[in-house]
Write a protein that binds this ligand. Structure first.
Ligand code: NHF
Length: 452
């Protein structure tokens, strides 16, 4: 199939998990024998050959084409799109980029159409590409799939639609672009089954076209074989890495993620550490917590205070870690904590499973769908699930995990193996793309409200 993908992030330009996901989808589809083109704003990354140059309302737009792992990537460039701030500067800066990308995107396809032929399908990702998707659909009527990686639930002024020549989609002063994207698409997907149902208030408006396609995980990087310490037994790796961070050996729990107040649940974790220290001092004395991330200054301060209170148990790391070092950590700690309030798919629990750091996560979205919880299925368990925003439940799960670490190492070993197998065999990008290919043909099961 000839597939045109639109993404606001594409590697090496990356802000979060979105870039990894879109890039993996494009490359896997190409590997499977499809012809894949990607349109993305340059964000200052103008690599490759200049293949088009045209004017939009008096301003020059240039298009740079590069081959990247079997995919043809077209970076669309103009003075606004070249800004290195991917989602800015500011809200207006972002909206301007969204508008420029729409005009530049349709201009690019218009110019390349004869040379390239018409794509069989258009696959656009997240709300930032909705105007581009809508405009391409308007001029070329290509069957399209809209993938929502994370609902944003905000509105943009309708005049941006009018300026993009999409006035027919903006009958009100403020418009939610996610509604528009889902309205114009033939199939709407999100990245996990649970997230789809958790957000049914949105997706029910598009019943008949809404479905899910799980992300995958690239276990070729998140792989024990590449650990520097791969020859050591796991408990030795743990001792070594904890010592290198200034802590004595103990049962190691790691949190890694953005410190934010709305999603990642670092506050729940900090509360549960205090709970454990107060209610189970003996067990707590044997626990070590690595809290890695940055973001909200209040949360950072709170984490630092906790580190000050329990300096031999808690280590807070707020600088950016190299991916290779993060891999060593996953390959050494006993457990990874993923206390998100919500998570469309979530990468952390997958990376953790690939490297045997048994996840303890919230029973939400992709975390819920990817972890098989010990209390539900002992044979196939890969981790522990707890209700979100519940510090007590998290503290109890941590206690239970620590207890098992002391008394049932064999069970933990089995859980590690189960996790690796599940990540490597079920959540592959090939499986994801097989499903996307079905979505492209609208030959895919849908979410049916009354069958929920
Ligand atoms: O993994 C890529 C990512 C997801 O849960 C993640 C999120 C944004 O919030 O699909 O998108």
């Amino acid at each position: 199939m000839k597939i045109l993908i639109l993404g606001f992030e594409y590697l090496p330009v990356k802000v979060g998990g979105l870039a990894e996901a879109i890039t993996s989808i494009a490359e896997t589809l190409a590997n499977m024998g499809n012809e894949v083109m990607v349109f993305t704003p340059s964000h200052g990354h103008k690599e490759g050959r200049k293949v088009a140059s045209f004017e939009v309302l008096g301003e020059r737009v240039e298009v740079y084409e590069r081959w990247q792992n079997g995919v043809r990537v077209f970076a669309i460039s103009d003075p606004v799109l070249d800004n290195k701030d991917v989602y800015g500067p500011g809200w207006e800066g972002l909206l301007n980029k969204v508008l420029r990308f729409a005009r530049g995107g349709v201009g690019t396809l218009n110019l390349l159409l004869e040379r390239e032929g018409k794509p069989d399908v258009l696959h656009f990702h997240d709300w930032h590409t909705v105007l581009t998707g809508a405009l391409i659909k308007k001029y070329f009527q290509i069957p399209s799939v809209f993938t929502i990686h994370r609902l944003n639930k905000s509105k943009i002024p309708g005049h941006y639609f009018h300026e993009a020549n999409l006035g027919e989609l903006a009958p009100f002063p403020d418009i939610d672009p996610e509604y528009v994207g889902a309205y114009i698409a033939d199939v709407v997907t999100t990245v996990s089954r649970s997230y789809l149902w958790e957000e049914w208030d949105f997706y029910k408006n598009f019943e008949g076209k809404a479905t899910y396609v799980y992300n995958g995980i690239d276990c070729s990087f998140w792989n024990e074989e590449f650990l520097e310490s791969r020859d050591l037994p796991r408990h030795e790796r743990r001792r070594k890495i904890l010592e290198s961070l200034g802590l004595r050996d103990g049962i190691a729990f790691m949190f890694i993620g953005r410190f934010d107040k709305g999603q990642k649940g670092v506050d729940t974790l900090l509360r549960s550490i205090d709970l454990l220290a107060n209610s189970h001092p003996e067990e707590f004395s044997n626990m070590r917590f690595l809290i890695i991330g940055k973001g909200d200054p209040e949360l950072e301060k709170w984490a630092r205070e906790l580190e000050g209170k329990y300096p031999d148990k808690v280590k807070v790391i707020t600088e950016m870690l190299k991916r290779e070092f993060t891999r060593e950590l996953y390959g050494s700690v006993d457990f990874t904590l993923v206390p998100s309030y919500f998570e469309p798919f979530g990468l952390v629990q997958m990376e953790a499973m690939c490297l045997g750091a048994i996840p303890i996560g919230s029973a939400v979205g992709g975390i819920r769908d990817t972890i098989v919880s010990l209390d539900r299925d002992k044979e196939n368990a890969t981790g522990f699930l707890v209700p979100p925003k519940d510090a007590e439940a998290l503290a109890n799960a941590i206690l239970k995990a620590a207890e098992l670490r002391k008394r049932d190492v064999d069970l933990l070993k089995k859980m590690r193996q189960n996790g690796k197998k599940r990540a490597k065999e079920v959540f592959t990008w090939e499986n994801a793309c097989r499903r996307y290919l079905r979505a492209y043909k609208n030959d895919i099961d849908k979410a049916v409200g009354f069958l929920r």
